[in-house]
Design a protein around this ligand. Structure first.
Ligand code: DQA
Length: 146
């Protein structure tokens, strides 16, 4: 079984309760269910969430040995974290960056992403469908398709 890490940054534990007008009413459990269902045969997901930058970095390090790709919504760390970028730069398999909201339509400080300097694909504004597209893309790339 090949494992796709689905990593979520700060405040995403509140998905469904937090600013539903921006992030919708679905929860992180819904994300987990949708991502698991989106996997091709022979693939599985490990969905994780933390409000702590160092914990996310530790999971990226763990993923080096344990995964075939990462789908990551780094939350606000997207816009601030060189350390998460460095961790992803030390990770070889494909990385897809996901944002539930359309960050480019929002405040200027959300327009820059450190993670995009490493990501093989970036998805914003598709709601939870962005995670599904990310998982589908990792399955495709990990199966050797371009
Ligand atoms: C987010 C967008 C970020 O700007 C914000 O800080 C988040 C969530 C999104 O999924 O749209 O926490 O990554």
């Amino acid at each position: 079984m090949k494992t796709i890490y689905v990593l979520n940054g700060p405040n995403l534990n509140l998905l469904g309760k937090r600013q539903p007008e921006i992030y919708g009413s679905a929860t992180l459990e819904d994300v987990e269910r949708l991502c698991a269902a989106a996997c091709d045969a022979g693939f599985g997901i490990r969905l994780l969430q933390s409000n702590h930058e160092g914990q996310i970095i530790d999971w990226i390090h763990e993923a080096r040995e344990a995964s075939c790709g990462i789908v990551i919504n780094p939350g606000a760390f997207t816009h601030t974290s060189v350390a998460i970028l460095d961790a992803l730069n030390a990770y070889e398999p494909p990385v897809i960056e996901v944002h539930i909201s359309q960050v480019h339509k929002r405040e200027a400080f959300r327009h820059h992403s450190y993670v995009s300097l490493r990501a093989d694909g970036v998805i914003a504004g598709l709601g939870l469908a962005g995670y599904v597209a990310g998982v589908r893309r990792i399955c495709q790339l990990a199966s050797g398709a371009g």
